[in-house]
Design a protein around this ligand. Structure first.
Ligand SMILES: CSC[C@H]1O[C@@H](n2cnc3c(O)ncnc32)[C@H](O)[C@@H]1O
Ligand code: ZN
Length: 431
């Protein structure tokens, strides 16, 4: 399929500027930007005049099937939320629940301009099936928890490599499989070392939670005399491309370790505020050469998958934290949600910017609305005025996934009802 987006307000994210341009898509790739070659025959022409056209947003940290737990356990502190409400319910999860919960989140993400996400959870075959039928792009990891070389922990690791064999580069190349050691407080040192050792043959990316709450960091100092980040460095995991969610409570030495090991920090401001875990030092991390990407976390700690909200939080919170309004300016916040996410996910050659030769993951934002006027600075408008509901068209891998606000690959209404049914059945199982 050849697509022509004509005469649009293009933000490539390579430069801090919006230009008026055409974009040509051939099959899954961006074929040209600018003049339309004489020989180009489009199958579909989209008039781009009233739209900002930009790279799809990348949700760099989430657990999408947790949409089943949206509004199930609110206004609780982090530890009781996780251990007394979420984990007992997750014990009762079945594959079909995860499938419909994943689809519910995928519809929500597509509608809000997310074209790629980074997920750690259980029943990842079912998440992969949901990815395949919807046409979204994803990095998937089976969440790993356990002790040493226990049979149960090793079985989970075996499952991760099976997921890799079954799904890596599948679904038209949309899926990338990685390893998901949940956190240093749920995986002991032996297990983290085993994960690192077994990964030597595969070299998969690592997706982990690190230094999220004050309790996690205090416990780590008490038990091991070092921070969670110092502890994980010693297991050898950071020799792989690592994505560390949260990193809220960190020392200068932690920042040095993250920077020296090219670990990406996945910042989740909405989740960190809702669970009252604090604010990551995003400006300081960036100034020290750390790549910082943005995520929503699961929709039980957020409670949505709205990257426009996270972009807005990233820009506002960091100004408020430092009393410095120039911190995390609009373009920097947008980079966190696009190219920085692509780098984190090992996909910077593929996505994150609109460039000839990259995969066509493109969103079009309808700016013929009151909150986009007057038009002093459209880059600022994306961060400070836009909302997820302004996303009108979504193209992923060269395929039109949402057209004129309607998701074309999956049935939104059916998914909402099925997911609700599964959520009610799940809660019944615990009662
Ligand atoms: C082992 S699969 C993923 C695991 O992570 C849990 N989870 C969701 N949100 C958070 C968070 O903010 N911190 C730590 N763990 C989280 C989820 O419930 C799954 O059990
Ligand atoms: Zn998380």
């Amino acid at each position: 399929m050849n697509i022509l987006i004509r005469n649009t307000k293009l933000l490539t994210m390579k430069k801090e500027e919006i230009i008026i341009s055409n974009i040509g898509i051939v099959e899954d790739e961006i074929a040209f930007i600018g003049n339309v070659p004489d020989e180009f025959i489009p199958d579909e022409i989209i008039d781009g005049e009233n739209f900002i056209t930009m790279p799809g947003l990348i949700n760099a940290h989430t657990h999408i099937a947790m949409s089943l737990m949206r509004n199930y356990a609110d206004d609780l502190p982090f530890w009781p939320w996780l251990t007394e409400k979420i984990w007992p319910l997750e014990e009762k999860l079945e594959g079909e629940d995860v499938y419909w919960g994943s689809l519910l989140s995928i519809v929500e993400m597509i509608k809000s301009g997310i074209t790629c996400f980074n997920d750690m959870y259980f029943f990842m075959d079912d998440v992969a099936k949901a990815v395949e039928i919807s046409g979204i792009r994803a990095n998937l990891s089976r969440g790993l928890t356990g002790e040493g070389r226990s049979d149960e922990a090793i079985a989970k690791l075996d499952e991760s490599f099976k997921l890799y064999k079954d799904w890596n580069n599948k679904a038209d190349g949309l899926i990338k499989v990685e390893l998901g050691p949940h956190a240093p407080y749920t995986c002991d040192n032996e297990y983290l070392k085993e994960i690192s050792k077994r990964n030597e043959e595969y070299d998969l990316g690592i997706h982990i939670h690190l230094s999220e709450s004050p309790k996690e960091v205090e416990d780590s100092y008490k038990e091991y005399g070092m921070s969670p980040i110092e502890k994980v460095e010693k297991t050898g995991l950071f020799k792989y491309r690592t994505m560390a969610a949260h990193c809220v409570h960190i020392s200068d030495n932690d920042i040095k370790i993250l920077s020296e090991n090219n670990v990406t920090v996945l910042n989740n401001p909405g989740s960190n505020m809702k669970l009252a875990n604090g604010f990551a030092k995003v400006k300081k991390l960036i100034d020290n050469g750390v790549n910082v990407a943005l995520g929503t976390d699961g929709s039980s700690s957020n409670n949505n998958l709205n990257m426009f909200e996270e972009i807005n939080y990233a820009a506002l919170i960091n100004k408020a934290l430092s009393n410095e309004p120039t911190d995390i300016p609009a373009f920097e916040a947008l980079k966190m949600a696009t190219i920085n996410g692509a780098k984190a996910l090992g996909r910077e050659k593929e996505i994150g910017t609109i460039e000839v030769g990259k995969k066509a993951d493109i969103i079009m934002i309808d700016i013929e609305k009151p909150h986009f006027y007057p038009r002093y600075n459209l880059i600022s408008s994306l961060v400070y005025s836009a909302s997820a509901a302004d996303v009108c068209n979504v193209i992923i891998n060269g395929k039109i996934i949402m057209k004129n606000y309607i998701v074309e690959t999956i049935n939104e209404r059916e998914i909402m009802h099925k997911a609700n049914e599964k959520a009610m059945e799940l809660v019944d199982r615990i009662n």
